[in-house]
Design a protein around this ligand. Structure first.
Ligand SMILES: [Fe+2]
Length: 267
C-alpha cells in the first residue's frame, strides 16, 4: 500500500504577513505536523495555489517547510494563484511508485482564475501516459472536475469534464490489458484542490476527490465568497490517498484540530 499525502491551497505569503488574518505558514506547518504524526507518507502531492504571493522566496519556504517534516518524494502542481516561472525550484516531475504513476494535468494559467486545460496540457499528459509502464494512474489537477454546489466557485471549474475524462481514459489505456478498454483506462481516481473543502463524487465512472486547504476553508454551498466558520471547516486540512497494489483507492480527509482558523474579513 502506498500512502500519498495531498496538501493543497497553502496560499503562502511573504514572510511575517497574514492572509485575511490567517498565518498560512503556521497552518501549513500544523497540517504537516498532524499528518506525519499519523503516518509516514510515501509521497506528497501539492496540488496548487501553494503561494498567494507567487515569488521564488515563498516557494523556497514552501519546499523547506515540507522537507522539514518528511523526506518523501514531493510533486508540485500549479494553481491559479501560482506563477509557473517562479516555481522552477520546486519538483514538478510526475512520480512513479511501484505500479502506480501520479500524473498531473496542468489546469492553471498564470494570473487567471478559471480552469484552462490547453492542447499543450493534454499533450503533456498523453506523453506521460505513454512513458509510464505503471498499471494504475492517480491523476491530479488544481481545478475541480465536478461542481461543488457553490456558484461563485463552480464557474471556474474544469469545463466539460465528462469529455475530458473520456479522453483521458482513452489515452491512458494500455494495449497489454484489453480488459480495461471498456473502463477508465488506467485512471483509478482524480484528485484536485481549489475548492478549499472536502469533495467527493464521480465524473463519468471515475472517482473524484477534492481536499480541504492547508489554510482556511470556503463555506460549503455558499452563493458568494464566504469562509467556513463551522465544525471541521474551522481547521486546516489534508487528504490521505491509499493506493493498493491491485489498483484500489481509499481516501480520507484529515484535519489539524490544534489550529483554529480565525479570519479577519474587512466588511
Ligand atoms: Fe485555486
Amino acid at each position: 500500500m502506498i500512502n500519498v499525502l495531498q496538501i493543497t491551497d497553502c496560499h503562502l505569503v511573504v514572510e511575517d504577513a497574514l492572509l485575511i488574518g490567517v498565518d498560512t505558514q503556521a497552518s501549513l506547518e500544523a497540517v504537516l505536523r498532524q499528518a506525519t504524526a499519523e503516518r509516514k507518507p510515501d509521497a506528497v502531492l501539492a496540488s496548487g495555489d501553494l503561494a498567494h504571493d507567487p515569488m521564488p522566496a515563498v516557494y523556497e519556504r514552501f519546499l523547506t517547510t515540507v522537507q522539514e517534516h518528511t523526506d518523501a518524494p514531493l510533486v508540485c502542481a500549479p494553481g491559479n494563484h501560482d506563477v509557473l516561472a517562479a516555481m522552477s525550484g520546486l519538483p514538478q516531475k510526475d512520480l512513479q511508485i511501484g505500479n502506480w504513476a501520479i500524473v498531473n494535468l496542468d489546469s492553471h494559467e498564470d494570473e487567471s482564475t478559471p480552469a484552462s486545460v490547453s492542447a499543450q496540457d493534454r499533450e503533456r499528459v498523453q506523453q506521460a501516459f505513454a512513458e509510464t509502464d505503471a498499471d494504475h494512474v492517480l491523476l491530479s489537477t488544481h481545478h475541480p472536475f465536478v461542481a461543488v454546489g457553490a456558484p461563485w466557485l463552480d464557474r471556474d471549474r474544469i469545463q466539460n469534464p465528462e469529455e475530458l475524462v473520456k479522453w483521458l481514459a482513452e489515452c491512458s489505456r494500455s494495449d497489454s490489458d484489453p480488459a480495461e478498454s471498456q473502463s477508465a483506462g488506467r485512471i483509478r481516481a482524480i484528485v484536485f484542490g481549489h475548492a478549499h473543502q472536502e469533495v467527493s463524487g464521480h465524473c463519468e465512472n471515475v472517482p473524484v476527490y477534492g481536499a480541504p486547504s492547508t489554510c482556511f476553508q470556503f463555506k460549503p454551498r455558499s452563493q458568494t465568497f464566504a469562509i467556513d466558520d463551522e465544525g471541521d471547516g474551522r481547521h486546516p486540512g489534508f487528504r490521505w490517498i491509499e493506493l493498493d497494489e491491485d489498483g484500489a483507492v481509499t481516501t480520507q480527509v484529515g484535519r489539524a484540530k490544534e489550529f483554529l482558523i480565525e479570519p479577519e474579513l474587512r466588511r
